[in-house]
Design a protein around this ligand. Sequence first.
Ligand code: SF4
Length: 478
Amino acid sequence: MPVVSDLSHRRVDLVPSAPGTVEVVSPGSLAMELGIEAGDQVVGVNGYPLMDALDFQYQAQSTSVTVDVDRRGSLLRYELELEGDESWGITFADPTFDGVRICENACPFCFIKQIPKGMRRSLYVMDDDFRYSMLYGSFVTLTNLSDEDWTRIEEQHISPLHVSVHATNPDLRVALVGNPKAGRILDDLQRLEDAGIDFHAQLVLVPGVNDGAEMDRSLEDLSRFRHLRSIAGVPVGLSKHGQERQSKQIRLSRTCMRLLPGTQQERIDVRRYESDEALQVIQQAHEWQGRFQRERGETFYHLGDEFYLMTGSEVPGADHYDGFPQIEDGIGITRHFLDGVSSYVQRARVGTLAGVQGSVACGMLVGDTMRQAIDGFNLATGAELTVTPVENQFLGPEINVSGLLSGQDLVDGLRDSDDDGPIFVTRKMISDRTGTLLDDQIIEDVAGQLGRPIIPCDTMSDVARYLRTHRPVLARVA
Ligand code: SF4
């Protein structure tokens, strides 16, 4: 029996050598009760091969189920009657058994094309895979979906999806995505809507290209979808390698991208926002947010934190973010962090961390905000934390967010520091999949070069917990 269905027509990468391998069986789960073990390979359900973990979940929910498992070369068959809504408790080593589907686009701002050569292979995977969109919130363009994929999304109700829209003007989207199929975005979204599939949308905003009147057009078009859950507008990022590519005009090689619609421009000029342009985007978004509040009772359109930070504007309050629907993409993460610090400070016992030393390393963009937050933390707890904003040499200083700092950036930024104690960094710097930083270094090696422990954290409560636990060795003044 083939382990996966025939998908040879699709462009894929990172195809697992043993698809369907069980990595973890949850204690007390149905799979554990049956005796399924980590290392087993699930090769079929009800006699059919599987494409991915979602397919397993769907196929194995029928009332009469046959599961075929390969255990070290022996085929085991489990036949059982179920209620139809059981949790199997299986985590697969690779969620997609046929590999990761890669994109057929050529976006002029593609970040993957901006990463320097020589990094780990998985960093260069240009994934555009609706399964990962549902499972992990990655954004997809919908341009590589076959009829079979659409049918599957509809039948298996694969929801929610996260869609990179960028612009609803068909010609402009074709130019921005570098794919003639990109122009049917409104039809694609309508198909999701008709199937009852929830989705989140993203607009990567390029100054002078898809903001202004084009942003109004996109928001107007998107506002009609009832299954659209949120929209994010994020500023385009451009690394120093991306700038070099721009200057060599390597991008825009596809015929469909040659002319920017409505202009005689032969290329999309990708550049960073200037402060006054970013302020205009904030103002324009503010008007839409007011309309969405009146019509839908929620802000609905959220801007990336960079817009507020680069203009020195205060990031909006938590109630603006409608429960932070796109925080995994960094939307509202500054507000979330600041509120976490305030709430910790309010409940902390005064002086509880007196004399404890350490540093917080962050990107340049959030440096001032971080200093204010840490000052408040120090004042309340007596800790003596310092803040070190670190410049991104790896991707270039234009990339100034914390999560994209490399190991070498940390070494260079902190090597000459007189500070003592642990260095706290955001956990977002480290890949979930490989446990490495952007330049493939592991955190322990970077810590070794600096002679100080580096502690990845999500919140200030994590920082405080570490400091409390290690207080006896960290406190300069007991
Ligand atoms: S969809 Fe665009 S941004 Fe995403 S990987 Fe493909 S070319 Fe890059």
